[in-house]
Design a protein around this ligand. Structure first.
Ligand code: COA
Length: 263
């Protein structure tokens, strides 16, 4: 059982997929401090729970994924509080999700703005509905993206488009986001969760140890402190010491489906 709070609803499916819903629909699921804290708690638990193989994050209601950080909450922050908000967010959610050992999928059902787009960018895979709008409106409020947006957006779409999106503050539609590689798929509203679950099911039958190693290796290439190739060599080598590797190879040779335990 994974903890649930009023702002963060959870459901663990039979196929080991954890569905997380950001639940503040009357505020378009804006991320206030409590939502960030509760989401962090759920993610920590999900990371440790072997039953969870994939995490899907969506927003409650049919209007927004997440419309950003809660503007009303940070309206009177000082310089120090602003810095704290950003660093705590990185630590609790955004870096945490990017480095999560299990794949994370953002199911973008409407507005993904500011912190909402940053949340989607911190996930490993993004699926959007054709009615979704994505953008970084922060400069219109006199701030900049502070949950990794200036970095992850440029990694995802290139520096030129990142400059355009962040400096104009304009939203783009889902088709344009797809064209720029910002989302993996664009589907209808009805197809959103089935598509995310279809992707999750493909992943959930694979080796959790190999999946975690692949995530570490891909991320290493975007970390200026690390050499991605060296990390890949290490992770590749370590795979040979896992039970999952023995199981995967045995299953192939015995012409049966593998049953990975994640060890
Ligand atoms: N923080 C706090 N509250 C937010 C919010 C945010 N980021 N985004 C939306 N809300 C609230 C609105 O204040 C409103 O609350 P109210 O009913 O108590 O007045 C409610 O959510 C519905 O939003 P509303 O603006 O009435 O919906 P809309 O359809 O007219 O506009 C948006 C939708 C997304 C265009 C608009 O809400 C918006 O621009 N939100 C802010 C986006 C943003 O700047 N995000 C980055 C923050 S750093």
């Amino acid at each position: 059982m994974i903890a649930t709070s009023p702002f963060i609803l959870t459901e663990l499916t039979e196929s080991n997929i954890l569905l997380i819903t950001i639940n503040r629909p009357d505020k378009l699921n804006a991320l206030n401090r409590k939502t960030i804290d509760d989401l962090h708690e759920v993610l920590v638990e999900a990371e440790q729970n072997k039953e969870v193989r994939v995490v899907i994050i969506k927003g409650a209601g049919d209007k927004a994924f997440v419309a950003g950080a809660d503007i009303a909450e940070f309206a009177n922050y000082s310089v120090e509080e602003g810095k704290q908000m950003s660093s705590q967010g990185h630590f609790k959610i955004f870096n945490f999700l990017e480095n999560f050992s299990k794949p994370t999928i953002a199911a973008i059902n409407g507005f993904a703005l500011g912190g909402g787009l940053e949340l989607a960018l911190a996930c490993h895979i993004r699926v959007a509905t054709d009615a979704s709008k994505l953008g970084f409106p922060e400069v219109g409020l006199g701030v900049i993206p502070g949950y990794g947006g200036t970095q992850r957006l440029a990694h995802m779409v290139g520096k030129g488009k990142a400059f355009e999106m962040i400096l104009t503050g304009e939203m783009i539609n889902a088709q344009e986001a797809y064209k720029w590689g910002l989302v993996n798929y664009v589907v209808s509203k009805e197809e959103l969760m089935p598509k995310c679950i279809e992707i999750s099911k493909k992943i959930s039958t694979k080796s959790p140890t190999a999946i975690a190693a692949a995530i570490r290796s891909i991320n290493a290439g975007y970390n200026s402190q690390l050499n991605g190739y060296e990390v890949e060599i290490e992770e590749f080598g370590k795979s040979f010491g896992t039970e999952d590797f023995k199981e995967g190879v045995s299953a192939f040779l015995e012409k049966r489906k593998p049953n990975f335990q994640g060890n």
